[in-house]
Design a protein around this ligand. Structure first.
Ligand SMILES: [Zn+2]
Length: 332
């Protein structure tokens, strides 16, 4: 496993007459070799403007609010026989705009809007248990299954109300395929799955190791795909067989990361969990979380041409610097 990087320096003549040298690290993801650019200089970001208006105006029509969900949500006619699945405040149903064979939405909370520090472990636990329930009804066959979350508009969410999604597809997404074959290659060479090896290596190095929750290790990604990119690696390989302790370990890690994001003034995030189920021993379920540029009245989109067309992330935050700060939050 290699943590490879190239370094470039860029000189700029500042308006005050001084010359500034900027260091740009081009880092290769140790699994997929996809590159990310890590800078040490932050662009000027204006102060957050409140968005109370947005919270109130979206509440009026929100299909996930308790008074509307029964009449507005789409249901799955086959696996779930036209029923909702419920647990705590969480409700699982079908995405009305599906983009894979099965496309579920889990409405996490009764509350329409939550500050990041108000997300509770139960909200994630209940949602994950409902997903396990829905997936347990799947028939035979190879499926690529992922769980994702977009929170607030900068993360691409059209609906503010906290919700998680699950995609079950016979065909992998582009990046899932890349991960799958890279992991297979790694496994054939090393007789060990990549994520297990990554955890061992990162614990040895130490500078990107963030901490542990029950049965789960948390790392700052070497080649981040966004701001504050952390990776969660569970001990139990397949999601559908995960114990309550394993699921709670994952949920607990997520809420600690959200508290860290909040402490940094961030309020929007994306999660993707790639499931090992039905893929084979070379693959281990792995979770990724990044913060997005904060939502405010005039928020800025951080997916620009390098990300959209080059599939190249630009991060102005350095993993080895924020990993130690996150480590404190991971201790609870
Ligand atoms: Zn709502």
């Amino acid at each position: 496993m290699e943590f490879r990087k190239e370094i470039e320096f860029a000189k700029v003549l500042l308006p005050n007459g001084s010359i500034e040298e900027n260091r740009i690290e081009i880092r290769y993801d140790p699994l997929t070799l996809q590159t990310s650019r890590v800078l040490k200089k932050k662009p000027p970001i204006p102060e957050i403007q409140g968005f109370e208006e947005e919270i109130e105006s979206t509440k009026v029509w929100c299909p996930f609010c308790p008074e509307r969900i029964e009449s507005m949500a789409a249901k799955d006619p086959e696996l779930l026989k036209g029923e909702f699945l419920r647990r705590g405040e969480a409700i699982l149903f079908s995405n009305i705009v599906p983009y894979s064979k099965y496309s579920f939405v889990i409405r996490m909370t009764d509350a329409h809007y939550l500050e990041l520090e108000d997300f509770k472990r139960d909200y994630f636990d209940d949602s994950f248990f409902l997903i396990q329930d829905a997936l347990s009804r799947l028939g035979e066959g190879k499926y690529y299954i992922s769980i994702g979350m977009n929170y607030l508009k900068p993360a691409g969410s059209s609906i503010m109300h906290p919700h998680i999604q699950t995609l079950v597809s016979e065909t992998s997404t582009d990046y899932f395929a890349r991960m799958d074959w890279s992991a297979l290659e790694f496994f054939e060479e090393r007789k060990k799955d990549y994520w297990k090896a990554l955890v061992e290596k990162e614990k040895e190095i130490g500078s990107r190791f963030v901490g542990e929750t029950a049965k789960t290790t948390w790392l700052a990604a070497f080649a981040p795909k966004g701001f504050f990119h952390f990776i969660g690696v569970p001990e139990e390989r397949e999601f559908m067989n995960m114990s309550e302790e394993q699921i709670s370990g994952i949920s607990e890690g997520i809420i600690r990361i959200l508290r860290f994001y909040a402490s940094k003034g961030f309020n929007s995030f994306n999660i993707s969990m790639f499931l090992a189920d039905r893929l084979g021993e070379h693959f281990r379920t792995n979770l990724h979380i990044v913060a997005r540029t904060p939502f405010d009245k005039y928020y800025w989109c951080d997916v620009y041409f390098p990300k959209l067309f080059h599939d190249e992330t630009i991060s102005y935050l350095v993993p080895e610097e924020y990993a130690s700060e996150m480590a404190e939050f991971m201790q609870g």
